[in-house]
Design a protein around this ligand. Structure first.
Ligand SMILES: Nc1ncnc2c1ncn2[C@@H]1O[C@H](COP(=O)(O)OP(=O)(O)O)[C@@H](O)[C@H]1O
Ligand SMILES: O=P(O)(O)O[C@H]1O[C@H](CO)[C@@H](O[C@H]2O[C@H](CO)[C@@H](O)[C@H](O)[C@H]2O)[C@H](O)[C@H]1O
Length: 460
């Protein structure tokens, strides 16, 4: 059994430990969905993956059947003898429409009858779920698993889970209750009281399915392709100009920050705290230099940027998105929506709900406006030396400047103060350093994108 579950975890696209040696230290059943027909069980198990020094907890929703299920052959985890259920064929429940119906009904019944067992389904009022909708598992490259129920609702099942509050749920709840236009409304969420961890673990959230959504990153790439197709025209002259969308994104982020500031704790950072933040950025740079030695050329200039940050005081902090880029935005007929408020994946969950500077989110978007044209240029117009041809490099810089300016002007609605400029530059630099490491590890052909961005910052 352990072997089969281990293989299943290792092969899953949401598994974050790919390439690392691991053992499956334990698997514990934390709950069973109510309402299964006789002889069928839908459970949630938590698997502890151990890497020796550290470990991670992964959520596995499983369907258990006495008989083999032809319709689920693509989702078979294995077949073994279970202490509670006897001999069973075990399937990944997220592929199982019958199992997903149980989840949907459990959300619909939340609050209407007393919870059975340790699984606690919660609902927010205001939307009647379509209980006839069929489930479809999203197939994208995701760190969690998302299941759409027709075009009515979307359930995100968190795969790597940690005891305590999940920021994605907490932030969606606040923004939904406040009536924000810039997120998919939260319909409900699932908690489990895990005795072993002696804490609540948040397992899943159900939200509005954004039927008319287009991915912001893909839209930006299309706009850039349009520009490159018209070699003689400037960014403001081509049909696919994105600047008005960038400005709308700026407004959406400003309004989101405003609601978050009103509903989550805020604070003001003194000089000592800013010094510690600058130290952390300098440390990240030192670590990054080990992975990407090419950063060395810019290290002095980057340290100057972080020094300037360390000498600020009286800096306002609040709840932010934490990992914002164009890939976390969706354009619907009703405007832009921001998704995935889980925060920076590398940070422990508890830290992600701590107040932070809103300029971190602004910086994430500015880096993304730099990325989009570079990605198209690198893919379509790279020379033998790996550089981008002059004309396209020029156009790329123009697209980036035009959209960054439109976004920033709409976000702030005024000139930035000198302190805000220092903050923004430091967060942009820190994000680019993070990206250099991310690309070196995940997409080495793209490491030149953050490096070129850092070169431009250093030239200022
Ligand atoms: N409410 C929604 N309606 C429709 N599609 C959505 C919705 N929320 C997210 N998506 C799509 O699902 C993808 C994954 O969502 P995300 O929250 O980023 O998951 P993950 O945490 O696994 O990265 C997004 O890139 C987006 O395209
Ligand atoms: O998967 P996450 O959303 O947590 O984000 C990580 O992966 C992103 C790439 O998918 C990475 O973003 C970088 O590449 C984007 C283009 O693919 C670009 O828009 C971003 O500006 C750039 O930072 C992100 O940094 C990383 O945390």
């Amino acid at each position: 059994m352990t072997e089969m579950l281990r293989d299943f975890i290792e092969g899953a696209r949401w598994f974050g430990g790919k390439g690392r040696d691991f053992t499956l230290a334990s698997v514990r059943r934390v709950g069973e969905l109510p309402g299964s027909p006789d002889g069928v069980h839908v459970t949630i198990e938590l698997a502890e993956v151990s890497y020796g020094a550290d470990s991670e907890l992964y959520q596995l929703p499983l369907s258990w059947y006495g008989e083999q299920q032809e319709r689920l052959s693509h989702a078979l985890v294995g077949s073994w003898e279970d202490e509670e259920f006897g001999n069973a064929f075990v399937y990944d429940a997220l592929h199982d429409r019958d199992a997903m119906q149980l989840w949907l009904h459990a959300f619909a019944d939340a609050g209407e009858r007393a919870p059975e067992g340790p699984l606690l389904f919660h609902r927010l009022p205001g939307h009647e779920l379509d209980l006839d909708a069929h489930s479809t598992l999203f197939s994208g490259e995701q760190s969690n698993s998302s299941v759409a129920f027709g075009e009515d609702s979307l359930m995100k099942v968190f795969r790597k889970v940690t005891p305590g509050v999940n920021p994605d749920i907490a932030i969606h709840e606040v923004l939904t209750t406040a009536g924000s236009d810039h997120v998919a409304a939260l319909y409900g969420w699932l908690d489990v009281v895990d005795e072993e961890a002696d804490s609540v673990i948040q397992l899943a959230m159900l939200q509005q399915f954004l039927r008319t959504a287009s991915d912001g990153w893909e839209l930006a790439l299309s706009s850039v392709r349009n520009l490159f197709a018209e070699a003689d025209l400037h960014a403001d002259e081509v049909g696919g100009d994105f600047a008005a969308e960038s400005a709308r994104l700026g407004v959406a982020l400003a309004e989101t920050h405003e609601v978050l500031a009103a509903h989550f704790p805020t604070a003001v950072r003194d000089r000592e705290e800013m010094g510690r933040l600058a130290d952390a950025m300098r440390q990240r740079l030192d670590d990054a230099l080990e992975v990407v030695p090419a950063l060395g050329e810019f290290a002095d200039k980057l340290r100057e940027t972080f020094d300037a940050l360390g000498s600020l005081e009286g800096v306002k902090v609040q709840q932010v998105h934490g990992d914002l880029h164009l890939g976390q935005t969706l354009r619907t007929v009703k405007g832009w929506k921001l998704v995935d408020f889980e925060g920076e994946p590398a940070k422990p969950l508890a830290d992600r709900l701590l107040p932070d500077s809103p300029w971190r989110d602004v910086a994430g978007m500015l880096r993304s406006f730099d990325y989009a044209p570079q990605v198209v240029a690198l893919t379509a117009f790279a020379t033998d030396t790996g550089d981008v041809e002059f004309q396209q490099a020029y156009r790329a810089a123009e697209w980036s400047a035009r959209n960054s300016t439109a976004f920033l002007a709409a976000y702030a609605g005024r000139e930035l103060t000198p302190d805000e400029r220092v903050l923004l530059s430091a967060y942009v630099a820190d994000k680019a350093v993070y990206e250099a490491v991310y690309e070196a590890r995940n997409r080495p052909a793209w490491v030149s994108i953050p490096l070129a961005g850092i070169a431009r910052l250093s030239a200022l």
